[in-house]
Design a binder for this molecule. Structure first.
Ligand code: ADP
Length: 436
């Protein structure tokens, strides 16, 4: 670049020098210098004029040829042309990408909907017209909640807690089940992905029905067999001694089967029925004391110390039987996985966002890698230990379901060899005033 300037300057100086020499020879120095400078200026103005008209006639003749020039003007024209071409290429590239993105999302089976920060519809693909009934053109800039009027959608959309998807029937066809997933982007804009999960939903219902039916059908035969086994064990002295052990083992395994079937039925009920409309006023202190006493009696041989700690009197709005089941599952687990003379604490404390109910023990503890999977059905840290303690592997799955139904969260903290803490976080909306 510097070289171009230098050669332009040289050219100008040579022009002046030649004019000066001729001027001196001809005795008309001033005139020739003036002529040289005006010539240079005319050339400069001419090039400026060409540049100007090229730039401003561009809209009518985009393809118009770039003026040809030599020297610095040639470089300027080239530079401008290169810049312009780069910009045009970038714009074409972006346009292409945008077209491709629009075409590919238009071809998606999943509905893609863009909603602006005011909650108005900005753009959607063809699948959104089919699944949600949006009309191309007419519905643009309409508030999305005017078109999807289901109150649960309204709650989900306005609530802003989008980590879990929402399932709802399609507004176009009630037999179609849709899954809504919202992602925030930009400045309060929302991208809504909606897919048809009718098939999956049907399979899920079938799975729940199947487990429910099998458990239900198994309950009676298992109860009968266990009843007879118990009667046989009552008279075990009248059998040959070698029968004693098999009878005991049969009874133990029979009891396990009964527990599994009971827990599966509980889970099915939790999954298929919604929380009763008429909720109980659950006295948290009473609940913890009762469960602590019960666990103390059931596990009397382990001589645990039970401590109930309350920093106030609390009433929770919920299903007493379900909350009882959740807290007793946690307490019985604490008792199962804590050696003799261990300490089990049942605690309720007011937290910044509501109430925390915690069941803590100083038992065997759990290694960190197992913690995220503990609430999965049939997940056990140690198969043999769990079988020994008569566990079904379903206890924590039940706890999680009960808590989800009550809008609460389970937090598990544990250190192998030191003990575990299972904390149920209930939101403040669940708390009832004590004197009401
Ligand atoms: P299980 O019927 O086998 O106890 P759960 O679903 O209740 O099934 O618990 C899953 C697993 O979590 C158990 O197998 C056990 O290894 C572990 N666990 C649960 N509670 C405790 C606890 N308080 N201390 C140590 N381990 C626990």
């Amino acid at each position: 670049m510097l070289r171009d300037w230098r050669s332009e300057l040289n050219r100008f100086l040579i022009l002046i020098a030649v004019a000066a020499v001729i001027g001196l020879l001809a005795g008309k120095l001033t005139l020739l210098l003036l002529l040289a400078v005006s010539g240079y200026l005319t050339h400069t103005f001419y090039q400026l004029y060409r540049l100007y008209s090229w730039l401003y006639h561009l809209s009518e003749a985009t393809q118009s040829e770039l003026p040809e020039a030599t020297g610095i003007w040639g470089n300027i024209f080239d530079g401008i042309y290169r810049l312009q071409r780069r910009e045009r290429d970038a714009a074409n590239y972006l346009k292409n990408i945008l077209n491709k993105a629009q075409e590919s999302s238009a071809a998606l089976e999943m509905a893609v909907v863009m909603v602006n920060h005011k909650g108005n519809l900005e753009w959607w693909n063809r699948a959104a017209e089919k699944l949600l009934g949006f009309r191309a053109g007419d519905d643009r800039q309409q508030p999305v909640t005017n078109l999807l009027r289901e109150p649960r959608f309204f709650e989900y959309f306005d609530g802003g807690r989008y980590n879990e998807p929402l399932n709802l029937p399609s507004p176009v066809n009630k037999n179609v089940v849709l899954e809504f997933q919202i992602t925030l982007f930009g400045e309060g804009d929302r991208l809504m992905l909606v897919r048809d999960i009718t098939q999956m939903h049907k399979l899920e219902l079938m799975r729940k029905d199947f487990i429910g039916n099998v458990s239900h059908e198994l309950r009676t035969p298992i109860t009968v067999i266990n009843g007879y086994l118990e009667a046989l064990l009552d008279h075990k002295d009248s059998f040959p001694p070698r029968w004693a052990k098999p009878l005991e083992q049969m009874s133990q395994q029979g009891q396990r089967m009964e527990n599994i079937v009971r827990d599966l039925l509980t889970l099915t009920r939790l999954e298929t029925q919604s929380l009763p409309k008429q909720l109980d006023r659950v006295d948290v202190g009473g609940l913890l004391r009762e469960i602590g006493n019960e666990a103390g009696q059931v596990f009397a041989d382990k001589s645990h110390e039970y401590v109930v700690e309350l920093d106030g009197q609390y009433l929770l709005q919920g299903s007493l039987s379900e909350l009882y089941s959740a807290v007793s599952n946690l307490t019985f687990n604490a008792a199962k996985y804590t050696p003799e003379h261990g300490k089990i604490t049942l605690k309720a404390t007011l937290a910044p966002n509501g109430l925390d109910i915690e069941i803590a023990d100083n038992g065997v503890g759990i290694e960190e890698q197992h913690i995220p999977r503990l609430t999965e059905r049939f997940y056990r840290v140690d198969e043999s230990r769990s079988t020994e303690t008569g566990g079904t592997g379903l206890g924590l799955a039940i706890v999680k379901h009960v808590l989800v139904r009550h809008g609460a969260k389970l937090e598990i903290l544990s250190q192998p060899g030191k003990g575990s803490r299972f904390i149920c976080h209930f939101s403040a909306e669940r708390l009832l005033p004590v004197d009401a």
